[in-house]
Design a protein around this ligand. Structure first.
Ligand code: ZN
Length: 75
């Protein structure tokens, strides 16, 4: 392997490791979010907000809303 090839292989291994760490972190956050949502009386955490794309939409007391941009409507 030449030098550039070795460097790329190393970067690829780093990225794989970071991706695995990130996936684990996302799963932990999803589990935590579901538990916190339940305790806060939120019926469900749904799809990403199409308006701002900064948050998932929440359903609570018959309303669906975005906690980031405050978009909301009844369901
Ligand atoms: Zn939004």
């Amino acid at each position: 392997m030449n030098r550039q090839h070795r460097r790329l292989a190393g970067e690829c291994a780093d990225l794989r490791e970071r991706l695995a760490d990130t996936e684990e972190r996302v799963e932990q956050l999803q589990n935590t979010l579901q538990a916190v949502a339940r305790e806060a009386g939120i019926a469900s955490v749904t799809h990403p907000c199409r308006r701002c794309e900064q948050s998932l939409l929440l359903v609570r007391d018959g309303r669906i809303y975005c906690p980031s941009c405050r978009y909301g409507r009844s369901v």
